[in-house]
Design a protein around this ligand. Structure first.
Ligand SMILES: Nc1ncnc2c1ncn2[C@@H]1O[C@H](COP(=O)(O)OP(=O)(O)OP(=O)(O)O)[C@@H](O)[C@H]1O
Length: 290
């Protein structure tokens, strides 16, 4: 190989390594089916480190199944899934465990244990992954995580049944943050919240993501969430990710579902709301959503 060809090949290798380094989750050729129903086929997706990636698609397109495949709750028929460079499918060894400790999950509805208090719920992953941590330190960590999500300290000893919907979501978020994750999975975090509660939850997500440098995989039907806090959006349809990009990039595609979704009356209302918010933020920088 000529010297200049060797240099070019080395640059390509370095470029590829840098690119791989920027990817938190890589999914390739994913296939999932239930009996005759094929939910995913040939699905590819990259989630970049440090981004909030919104995942959208019609009901039943397999957003939750995709999340469950990534976190190991669903074994795919085919495909490769890497998280922080480690292959995850069928792995039960220490390296896979070390990666599992690096993520937190907020399931739809919060999925709190109803017989445990909020603080005890937050302590579940700490007990599971760090059994040697004593009760006093565990309590301190739980109290800190509870405050981090904007809940009052008094929420700690309460049971889930005593909380509002928004508080339950925050309690679920506190549990997802229990192990100081690098990666956060949120499945429809604002579903069922009133618009003010949903906007507050979005703000909290953005703040936490920026402060803690999190990568966020966020399944949502909430257009306001997509417009206000997502860096990019992946669209699921026809069993795969048909497009991924910023909302402007998605709008430049001519896929009918994407056009209808973002350019329909609700999409236009969300765009107008974001434009109003950024206008307000420019006029009164301290008032703006971050
Ligand atoms: N354990 C399971 N057994 C059989 N079918 C399943 C199972 N889990 C999911 N499915 C099916 O897979 C498809 C995709 O489900 P999934 O929950 O991922 O959809 P979704 O895109 O998250 O939908 P929604 O937006 O309504 O929450 C659905 O048709 C669902 O019925």
């Amino acid at each position: 190989m000529a010297p200049e060809e060797e240099v070019a090949a080395e640059e390509a290798r370095v470029g590829e390594a840098v690119e791989q380094n920027d990817i938190a989750i890589s999914v390739r050729g994913l296939k999932n089916s239930f009996g005759d129903q094929v939910v995913h086929e040939g699905l590819d997706l990259d989630v970049r480190k440090g981004e909030i990636l919104g995942v959208v698609g019609g009901s039943g397109t397999g957003k939750s199944v995709l999340m469950r495949s990534i976190i190991g709750l669903q074994t795919p028929d085919e495909g490769e899934i890497h998280v922080f460079g480690e292959s995850m499918i069928g792995r039960l060894d220490d390296e896979a465990l070390a990666i599992r400790k690096r993520w937190g999950v907020l399931f739809q509805g919060g999925a709190l244990f109803s017989t445990l208090t909020v603080a005890e719920n937050v302590e579940v992953p700490i007990r599971e992954y760090y059994p040697h941590i004593g009760a006093e330190l565990r309590d301190e960590i739980a109290a800190y995580k509870i405050r981090m999500t904007g809940l009052p300290a008094e929420a700690g000893p309460k049971y889930p049944a005593e909380l509002s919907g928004g508080m339950k979501k925050r309690a679920g978020l506190a549990r997802a943050l229990a192990l100081d994750p690098d990666l956060l999975f949120l499945d429809e975090p604002t579903a069922g919240l009133d618009p003010i509660g949903a906007a507050a939850f979005d703000d909290q997500t953005r703040k936490l993501q920026q402060t803690l440098g999190l990568t966020v995989f966020l399944i949502t039907h909430d257009l306001d969430t997509l417009f206000s806090i997502c860096d990019r959006v992946a669209v699921l349809a026809d069993r795969k990710v048909i497009a991924v990009g910023t909302i402007d990039e998605l709008l430049a595609t001519d896929h009918p579902w994407i056009q209808e979704y973002f350019n329909g009356p609700r999409g236009r209302a969300a765009t107008a709301a974001v434009a109003r918010e950024s206008g307000k933020a420019a006029a009164h920088p301290s008032d703006g959503r971050q």
